[in-house]
Design a protein around this ligand. Structure first.
Ligand SMILES: Cc1cc2nc3c(=O)[nH]c(=O)nc-3n(C[C@H](O)[C@H](O)[C@H](O)COP(=O)(O)OP(=O)(O)OC[C@H]3O[C@@H](n4cnc5c(N)ncnc54)[C@H](O)[C@@H]3O)c2cc1C
Length: 388
């Protein structure tokens, strides 16, 4: 059995599957992907029908990255002959003095030439009569916002990686990683592998892997949840009629039109308890669900209905909520990506960037905001700002 590869990807969730795909486009059978559980498992961050994708972001850098994300998804769609992004339009709503002000979002989009509309409460309710807003709420509508079809996109990345010749092995936990003679030794499922470049995309398990390099980041893993509601008003919430939306305050709520289930999906962002990948449960938190229901009862009552199910999922949060996409310090043949609880929309482009770094040592994307060397990541007890 082959044990030496040019590239190994550790972790085949959203980001790792994308990295395996982009690497395989370049290096085909020289790519090995290693996943500790079965492909498509639900213990990590990336499995559900839908994730929000949007150009609306608070810095020009994220807007540029989001543009490249759409391009990367389109490349996958073309090759896989399968749709993975559905544009529904995206609505960001803000009450006065909201914890997440809309101004930086509008400035960033203006700066990057992204068209959007500023809407007052009346106009929002005229276009989408399901909203019940007070006059002081305002919003931004951006037509490219929509759904990244998470589970389907992961499967498409994995399928296409394999079609390009990559080897994807599941149920093989990586238990040790070390640099050796300019290469990297990886122990997985009791077997020793060696590669020239290693990509770490381990989500909530990232620090376990980084420990092998003597480094550890001040990450917080939280147990989040989303709930599908069996609205009796299905037609009003069809993807062609209702956008994805984010309530830009603290607590921050977000939701989807009907997609993947017979109802709407609504959730609180970064509202979960701090856990680890080992201590997390799959039990929904009733207080979190009550917060979601109270919010929707007030502002979007017809989206509610009997709970279809609540699904738990993990975030891996950096203190500033920016990603980590970088080489591991003093290991120029090892790369790491951490998604900070908002990376699915970028999975395709992050995989592409990791592949560019692994193959060429450089990327056209500006990674300076995502460096592992930023001061806040060196603090033991950093201030955590999740509402951005
Ligand atoms: C409820 C929820 C809602 C979200 N909503 C959005 C949204 O609307 N828009 C958006 O853009 N993002 C959203 N996100 C964030 C986004 O989903 C994540 O940032 C992204 O999926 C992270 O992917 P990942 O590959 O880093 O992690 P994961 O998908 O967890 O993948 C890591 C993989 O590494 C494997 N692994 C770890 N250690 C080892 C090891 N030692 N050996 C082998 N394998 C290993 C794991 O088993 C896992 O499969 C949401 C996340 C959640 C939980």
């Amino acid at each position: 059995m082959r044990r030496e590869y040019e590239y190994i990807v550790l972790g085949l969730g959203g980001l790792g599957s994308a990295a395996a795909y982009w690497l395989a486009r370049d290096a085909g059978p020289d790519v090995l992907g290693l996943e500790q559980f079965e492909l498509g498992h639900i213990r990590g961050e990336s499995q559900d029908h839908s994730r929000i994708i949007r150009l609306s972001y608070h810095t020009p850098g994220y807007v540029r990255l989001a543009k490249r994300a759409y391009e990367s998804w389109a490349e996958l769609e073309k090759e896989a002959k399968e749709q993975v992004v559905l544009k529904t339009g995206g609505l960001d709503l803000a009450p006065p003095q909201s914890a997440i002000p809309l101004d930086p979002y509008m400035q960033s989009m203006r700066g990057e030439g992204v068209e959007f509309e500023e809407l007052d409460a009346g106009e929002i309710m005229r276009r989408w009569p399901s909203w019940r807003l007070t006059d002081d709420v305002h919003g931004i509508y951006q037509a490219d916002g929509g759904i990244a079809m998470a589970a389907r996109a992961n499967a498409a990345h994995q399928r296409m990686a394999k079609e390009h010749g990559a080897h994807l092995k599941d149920r093989v936990p990586v238990t040790d990683v070390r640099s050796a003679d300019g290469e990297v030794d990886v122990t997985a499922g009791g077997l020793a592998y060696r590669c020239r470049r290693l990509v770490i995309a381990a989500g909530p398990w990232s620090n376990n892997v980084l420990d092998c390099f003597g480094g550890n980041l001040p990450l917080q893993v939280t147990q989040e949840q989303v709930t599908y509601f069996e609205t009796p008003h299905l037609r009003d919430f069809e993807p062609g009629r209702f956008p994805v939306w984010i309530w830009m305050d603290d607590p921050c709520y977000y939701g989807f039109p009907v997609f993947g289930e017979r109802g709407t999906k609504i959730a609180q962002d970064a509202g979960g308890k701090v856990v680890t990948a080992e201590t997390r449960t799959f039990e929904p938190d009733p207080a979190n669900l009550k917060g979601v229901e109270d919010f929707a009862r007030r502002y979007l009552p017809t989206a509610l209905g009997p709970v279809i199910y609540t699904k738990t999922c993990l975030y891996t949060l950096t203190p500033d909520r920016d990603f980590v996409i970088d080489f591991v310090p003093e290991n120029e043949n090892v790369m790491v990506a951490i998604g900070a609880g908002h990376a699915f929309k970028f999975a395709g482009v992050i995989g592409r960037i990791l592949s560019e770094l692994a193959v060429d040592g450089q990327t056209p994307s500006d990674l300076s905001p995502f460096t592992i060397e930023r001061p806040i990541l060196k603090e033991k007890d950093p201030k955590r700002t999740y509402m951005v």
